[in-house]
Design a protein around this ligand. Structure first.
Ligand code: IMP
Ligand code: MG
Length: 179
């Protein structure tokens, strides 16, 4: 079943843009002394956020991607987090900044941080566009956060519901049809 209702705007394009400007300034200032940062985007959800954020940074940076799957279908949880695609080079000794679209239960970010820590990067921080703080079940640190969210399913700006809504320019609320 596909949901064809137009998602209601929750966070507008302008609001996203302003917040990303602020995040980019803060990250650029924090990393100014460190040298190069490796921006590690979590596919697919973070691709637009990473594209916009990376172009606003003023520090030396590289871009890498990793793909993780935590849901089988739509918003129904599959349970375990699965690594679908790994980074293509060593991250040992690098300053890693994980760029994630959204933290919900926190299992994905928790898994990622632990897995990447074992590869001995110089540092690891996390930058997440959205965080459903009340739903987070495990201990995760979000060093740079775009917006807090309530318990609602959002699409747009890289986020999807069964691939629906991913390329919308804003973040909107779409009621899942399987809940
Ligand atoms: P967690 O492991 O429960 O924190 O789930 C994180 C992942 O679930 C995110 O990277 C998204 O891919 C997906 N996700 C969680 N909530 C939403 C949402 O509201 N819209 C779209 N994707 C979501
Ligand atoms: Mg994701």
């Amino acid at each position: 079943m596909t949901n064809t209702k137009k998602p209601e705007v929750l966070i507008s394009e302008d609001q996203i843009e302003d917040r990303i400007d602020e995040l980019a300034q803060q990250i650029s200032a924090d990393y100014a002394e460190k040298g190069e940062v490796v921006l590690l985007g979590v596919l697919k959800g973070a691709f637009i956020f990473l594209a916009d954020l990376s172009r606003r940074l003023t520090i030396p940076r590289q871009v890498e991607f990793i793909a993780i799957s935590s849901y089988e279908q739509g918003s129904i949880r599959s349970g375990a987090v699965r690594l679908v695609m790994d980074v293509r080079r060593s991250i040992e000794g690098k300053h890693l900044l994980i760029i994630e679209d959204i933290v919900d239960s926190g299992h994905t970010l928790h898994y990622l941080v632990n897995m990447l820590k074992s590869r001995n990067p110089a540092s690891i921080r996390t930058c997440c566009l959205l965080h459903k703080t009340e739903k987070t079940e495990v201990d995760v640190t979000v060093d740079y956060l775009g917006f807090n969210l309530q318990d609602e399913w959002v699409v747009g700006y890289g986020l999807d519901y069964k691939e629906i809504g991913r390329t919308l320019p804003y973040i909107g609320i779409l009621e899942p049809d399987d809940q």
